[in-house]
Design a protein around this ligand. Sequence first.
Ligand code: SF4
Ligand code: SF4
Length: 645
Amino acid sequence: MSDQQATFRRFEDGANPNDWDLEDKIFQQDKSHKCPTYVHKTPPCQGSCPSGHEIRGWLAIARGMDKPPVEGMAWQEYAFERMLEANPFPATMGRVCPAPCEAGCNRNEVDDTVGINAVEQYVGDWANEHDIKAPAVGTDTGRKVAVVGGGPAGLAAAFFLRRQGHGVTLFEANDELGGMMRFGIPGYRTPREMLDTEIGRITSMGVDVHTNTRVGKDISIEKLEQSFDAIFWALGAQNGRPLPVEGWEGTENCINGIEFLDAFNKGYVLGTANRVVVVGGGDTSIDVASVARRLGHITHVASTDHPDGTLIDFTAQDVAGSLVREGMQATLTSLFPIEQMTAAEHEREDAKREGVDIKGGVMPLEVIKDANGRAIALKMCECDMKGNAPVAREGTEFTIECDIIISAIGQSGDMTGVEEMDNGRGFIDTEAGYKVKGRDKHFAGGDILKPHLLTTAIGQGRIAAETITDYLDDGDIDKRPRVDVHHFNLMAELHQRGKDPEAYDHMQTRGTNDAAFAVHNYEDRSATQIIRHTELFKGHFDLIPRGRRDEVHIEGDAVLGNFEERIIAYSEEQAQKEGERCLSCGMCFECDNCVIYCPQDAVFRVKKSDRTVGRYVDTDYTKCIGCHICADVCPTGYIKMGLGE
Ligand code: SF4
Ligand code: SF4
């Protein structure tokens, strides 16, 4: 171990093997008289990933345990295929997702999370560099679905709908696809070439794309209803919330963060003011402050003379050849203390390093204006949070002088022209399966339900594509599983390796251990259960520091005019090494512990020709005495004592 603190210890201080009563603890304690069963559960990384990525599966591919089923296929391509089962944006998500999967990873209970996000980026980038094509589209169903909005939810839905064989027409109000990934996140975090490749892969599947087409203005809802069998609403949330303080409304130099980033990403913001205050605390506010630091203050512009130096709504031609950038002061304020801000920790750290002054635990009180009605300062005070509501601390008021105030405290949908879909708060209400409440054939997903992560929008697009398929099939939507992710499927695994069980002849059989129609002794609980770290044998694992991605660290004013990507992707070797750190929670990873430790030689390896992931070991029940040693030494929690009553 390096300087890393172990979160799990095999032994307590002073523990001595001579004190252990193995006879009593192991051989006598099991009164169940049960034999092992092999139980697949969902790992918590996957359960915490809103897009439902089969993370354990592609980490097993990265470390070489799960080999490509096709001769000559690179492991990266196989891993990429697995990623696409849940999420068509691995390169993008590997860069900007705050990775709730890593927070949920059981390896946190051993030493530190697996670097899931970094492996995801490596594989996504590899696929882009090697021009890996989109998966095959499904057999044409003859059904047509309209997707309204070309952001992460709309594109994910289009991807999965095409895989299921439905015709997809996508309407996007902007002139390019990508939504928040393009217009909300700066290009140094989602490089445009990468984004174009991932989006191009989706549109290449035969999606009929109509850009510059706003539903409600250029085409009516009625027309969509007449022309399509189902409609998926993925409008996103582009209306930034104003600051709810005195002096904000109607003040020219008080703007919202979504508009600022949209204008910047479209090339309409070339510089900002000398002193900018951003009010927020989430990723958007970090992006706003970091972009402002990069743009800097433009001190000399030939043809324009804007009072605060902000160059918003100017094109490059307006100021061509005459820009002089100087450093500016960006202050970011958050109601929550810094360590509780919703922005990811590494984003906060980058912003601080790049010179953003972050103030946590403070609330805005009033916009202070000059005689011309322009904001010149933001009055604030310290606060305590009661749930999500700030409570001002009396006597702590202070002001931050500034030239622009930017609000990045939340957003809602722009429902212009589609008011009939509005729930009254700028969003769309849905019920089970992302069906729009009270409207037949309408579905919705992404930020238009409630602004959340990109990965959430992608997951909702995937699930909605499945429920739309159900709906198109018989008008009903099937009940979704409790753990609604893309699960490893042993039957599909056997199938792709040409090892399908034989057809069941419906005759009576005594036992199934030799039956060719049965997948003997395997139980799939992944749709209902997530495996906790307490079910693993954590003592099996060595403490290995997590391999972190390198990053270009930009200090202070060096950030000025720097729009280069900061993250340095893993090498192949790093990705494979990180794959090895995965504990394979809830799925056998072929360590042989159970085979080695079984005192009866009851546990054996499945014949090599029959082996696949999930079919590595088996038990001879005529030899098993129900001692449960195999279950105790199984590091992955895959063995449960079940049979034998
Ligand atoms: S150890 Fe592996 S399978 Fe387990 S939660 Fe972490 S990434 Fe997922
Ligand atoms: S002990 Fe090892 S080989 Fe046996 S089931 Fe568990 S993970 Fe697989």
